[in-house]
Structures are given as C-alpha cells and as structure tokens.
Design a protein. Structure first.
Lengths: 167, 412
C-alpha cells in the first residue's frame, strides 16, 4: 500500500484508537501519542516488510497528521467560543480540553509556522518531537541527521518558540 | 551564514558556560553588534525557563480531540455571518461545510483552509489572487468564490454551493457511460482552457476536485489551492522525502504528471495530463498508474504505459482511447497543445464526431498505435500478410530440416 493511501487510514486509525482509549475500558492506561502512533504503524504495516525506511517515513507522516488533527480541532473549538453569546458553547464537563489548552495549541502552531519559515528543519524537529511524541533518536532517524543535531535544534527551538509565545 | 544561524552558533557556544565566561564570550563574539548580542541574550534567558516546555506531547488534548469527529461540533454554530448547517466533506485540503449566509440569505459552501498555512502571508496573498482571478472569469464550469476571510487566525473561503456529488463518488458507484465521460471531460477542459488563458494552472486536477450536478453540469473546484499547500522553496534543507510526505497529506499522487512527479517546472500541460488520468479512471474505473508503493506509482507515471482502455472498456470508441492516450503522453510536447484542443476533441466525441487527433506531431510512442484505428487495421493486415507469406516461404525448407534430427534420433 502506498503511504499516500495510508495517510487517510492513519488519520482514521489514530481516531479510532483514541476513542477506544477513552471509552472506559482503557482508562487505567494513560493515553500516549507515541504509543498510539507505534500501534497504528504495527496494525497498518501488518504483514508488510517492516524496513526502517518505511517506518521512518510513516512516523514523519503520522506526526504531521497529529499536528493537522490537533490544530484543526483547536481551531474549531475556538470558533465555537467566538460564536458569541447567542451561540454560547459550554464544553462537556468530562472533556479535558479547556479553551486555554486549545488557544495554546493554536498559538504554538502559529509560532512553529514562523520558525519553519526561518529554519525548516527546526520546525520538523518540533513537529516530530511534540506532535509525534518521538524521542531524540527517532527524530534523528526520520530526519536523517545525527541525534546531536536534533538535540541542538530542539534546545534552540524551544527557547525560540517560548520567547515567541511569551513576548 | 544567515542571521538565525549566526545567533544559534553563539547561543550554543555560550549556553552552558558559567555567567562571567558567558559575558566575556558574548563581548568577543558580538563585538559592537548590540542587536546581535541582545538577541542572543534574550534567547538565552529563555533556555532555563523553557525547561519542560513542549517536552511532553499534548496527549490529553490529542485523546480528547481524536475521539471526536472533526468539525462535527461547529455544525449549528455561527462563523462571521455564516451559520454552519452541516458538514459536506473533509479532506487533506480542509473541512467543507454547508452554511447559510445570514446577510444575503443564500446557501454557501464554507471551506476551512489548512490552519498551518494561515500565517504565511505571501502564500495566502498569492492564493487569493489566483483564486479570485479564476473566479472572476465567470466560467460556468468554475466554482464562484464569494469571499476569503480570516477570523481569529483561521481562514475560510465561502464559495457557491454546488448541489451535486464529486466525480470521486460517481466513479465509486460504478461504470460511467463513455458518452457522459466525454461530456464531463469537455467541461473540465473548457474550465482549464479559461484558467490557462489568464495564466493560472490548477496543478491538482483529480476526481475529488470535480463536482457533478444532477443535470450533468460540472464545476471545477480549488484553483490555486495546490500551490497554497505546496511546500515552500524546493531548495534548502527541506528534503524531497518530506516534500512527498506533505503532498501525500494534501492529496493523492495518482493524478500527477510525469513532470510533477519529477519535481520539474510545470506549465499548463500538467493539467492536460491530469485530466487524461481522470478520464482514464472515469472510463475504466481503474487508475492508470498504480503501485504497491509511492515509488512504484511515480515510476509508473514516469515510465510505464497504462493498460489499453480498449481492453478494459471495450464499448468505448477507439478514438476516445486515443484522445486519453494523447492527453497522457509522457512528454508534454506530445500531448494536446492546449486545453482548448483537448476540449474540441472531447466535445467532438460527445457529439459523435471523430476527433482530429492524427495531426499531432507524429512521434512514435509505445501504445500510440492502439489509439489510431486506421493504423491498427493496417498493421494487422500487414502482420497477417507476413505470417501467411512466411508459411509459404519458410515451411517447405524449414520443416524437413527440423524433422531430420528427430528422425535420426528415433532410428538410433
């Protein structure tokens, strides 16, 4: 199966798994993005040859998918909020998503987009580490650079993004 | 070295130094450049504060958000002067909703544009310019854009609402008669011709971007959007694998032209190729370029001639197969010269006329002969004559020679 065809499946698979985690039976188990992506990979890669090339590729796509999902959602949550008094929306009580959290994601995404225009790779490092939940080593494999480079990019990007968000 | 790289270099050189050494190093490396020093110091001050910042993925948020359907919860809400009625579809390009314009009391399709591109102003301006230019053509086969707006950091585009189905859905339903395929194709080609005439290439012609109304009229969607979502500057540290991953997220690679697959410069003939691929699929129900991996699909697009339409769809006229074959020529120079030419050929087919495609530059291409019925017949007759002739010429002399060793074997 071509990875391009995989993308909508990854998206759907991630969603189905998340639903299962939240359905109650798995509440004891903490939801982890990285674990979710690994599981989705094992399930979707199925009997296919699991060479690292494909795996790295898959993780790259999955991190991007997670970013899409989160940002799109956060944006739609915000649009509810700004629907005005007439269409006031209160989020479900058991929802862990607060308006503050969604605002944070949207703001981070904007700052990250700015960083990407200055330094594409640093943007990818943050996308993979934060949205994809990947370790330094995994990120290095996906980007085909050394872990030291990822470490440096990550440290600098964090300072840069934090300043962007607080100033 | 660009500015950020310079700042970063100094940053890493001093970030782990004790306070006094840090000052000394900064004085040396920044010299009189107060701005540079200020920038580095400002970032350094965030190094400690950053601590656990974004170290943990937003798992809680991901869990909650993933469990929900996208866009589902904005149905019934108001965005600007639009009331969201229902979700029409979703795709790589963003969510699409049916909405009601509360000022003008009309139905509109509201498309949320990809959030992460919202902050690239240059890109957005270019997209808006193109989208508006195409919309301004007032072509009956191009969707009309009402407005492009930004509300609190997210962008949406309000367009004419087309009550119909995407060509993608129609293909999934089963075979489409070739006469209908010709009519659909002619309308798409007409839309492309109009857009090309103002210098705009679609770049992402695919069944999901074609709306078909119940009366058979079609509308081409998303002019300019492909460019909006293309990765910035193909050069630099951005690697092509990444580029492809992003293409994948945004859509499908199956309708790409060879020049697109190769990352080469594009002109309007890329749209002609993609329309050829769409028509092939509409006619046969199969994509011409398939593969187990992206690499295989790219390879097929660039190097492999697809199976003959005549074999897959015997009732389609050979002329139609010829038109599609010509649109899908690997070399842009061998395709129809313009969307107008393709339009004429398809309209001719729809009205029962034979298209004049024989006047293309006669460059032999594999599979080409299939598309020219006269040539096929001539070739078949020639082959038949050769075969019959060879029977008479070779049989009497060949046969005994072949029989001889066998005969000697059997006797020994």
């Amino acid at each position: 199966m071509a990875l391009e065809e995989l993308m909508p499946l990854v998206y759907d698979e991630l969603r189905v798994m998340a639903k299962r985690y939240l359905s109650g039976q798995n509440r004891a188990h903490t939801f982890q993005t990285t674990e979710l992506i690994h599981e989705a990979y094992l399930k979707l890669a199925g009997g296919e040859k699991k060479d690292w090339e494909n795996r790295a590729h898959f993780f790259g796509v999955a991190a991007l998918a997670m970013r899409h999902i989160l940002v799109n959602y956060a944006v739609s949550k915000r649009s509810q909020k700004r629907g005005g008094d007439r269409h006031r929306v209160t989020l479900d009580d058991d929802s862990v998503v607060s308006i503050e959290r969604t605002d944070e994601i949207v703001a981070l995404n904007e700052a990250l987009t700015n960083l990407e225009t200055l330094d594409q790779r640093k943007g990818r490092v943050v996308e993979l580490r934060y949205f994809g939940g990947m370790s330094i080593d995994e990120t290095a494999s996906v980007l085909k650079v050394s872990p030291q480079t990822v470490q440096r990019d990550w440290r600098f990007a964090k300072s840069w993004l934090m300043r962007e968000l607080t100033c | 070295m660009n500015e950020l790289a310079r700042i970063e270099e100094i940053y890493h050189a001093v970030v782990d130094l004790p306070e006094e050494e840090r000052h000394r190093f900064l004085s040396e490396s920044c010299g009189d450049d107060a701005e540079l020093r200020c920038e580095v110091e400002s970032l350094l001050s965030f190094d400690e504060k950053a601590g656990s910042f974004i170290e943990t993925p937003p798992d809680d948020l991901a869990a909650a958000l993933l469990a929900d359907r996208p866009g589902h919860d904005i149905v019934g809400k108001q965005i600007d002067h639009y009331r969201i009625v229902s979700q029409l579809g979703s795709g790589g390009m963003g969510e699409v909703f049916l909405a009601e314009d509360t000022k003008l009391f009309r139905k509109v399709a509201l498309k949320l544009l990809p959030a992460q591109f919202a902050s690239s102003k240059e890109r957005k301006l270019r997209f808006e310019r193109e989208a508006r230019a195409v919309s301004a053509l007032n072509h009956r086969n191009i969707i009309t854009i009402y407005e492009i707006q930004e509300v609190e950091g997210f962008s949406f585009m309000a367009t004419e609402f087309v009550d119909g189905r995407t060509l993608n859905d129609l293909i999934a339903d089963g075979p489409i008669p070739w006469q209908d395929a010709a009519k659909i194709g002619a309308q798409i080609a007409s839309a492309l011709d109009a857009a090309h005439s103002v210098g705009i290439i679609h770049r992402d012609i695919k069944p999901a971007n074609i709306m078909v109304r119940p009366d058979g009229d079609i509308k081409v969607l998303d002019f300019g959007l492909a460019k909006l979502t293309a990765p910035p500057g193909e050069s630099g540290s951005f690697d092509t694998r990444d580029h492809n991953a992003r293409n994948r997220v945004m859509g499908t690679i199956h309708y790409m032209s060879p020049e697109q697959a190769l990352g080469a410069d594009l002109d309007e003939r890329t749209d002609i190729f993609s329309l050829g691929v769409v028509l092939y699929e509409v006619l046969t129900g199969k994509r011409p370029f398939a593969g187990q991996s992206d690499a295989a699909v790219y390879n097929a697009i660039i190097n492999i001639e697809p199976p003959s339409i005549c074999d897959l769809k015997p009732d389609a006229p050979q002329e139609f197969a010829g038109v599609v074959g010509l649109a899908m020529a690997k070399d842009p120079d061998h395709r129809f010269r313009s969307a107008a030419e393709l339009h004429d050929a398809l309209r001719g087919l729809a009205s029962g006329k034979r298209p004049e495609i024989a006047r293309r530059p006669a460059v032999p291409r594999p599979g080409m002969w299939r598309s020219l019925p006269g040539l096929t017949l001539a070739a078949l007759i020639a082959i038949l004559i050769l075969v019959i002739a060879s029977l008479f010429i070779f049989l009497p002399t060949e046969a005994p020679r072949k029989l001889r060793p066998q005969a000697s074997n059997s006797t020994s």
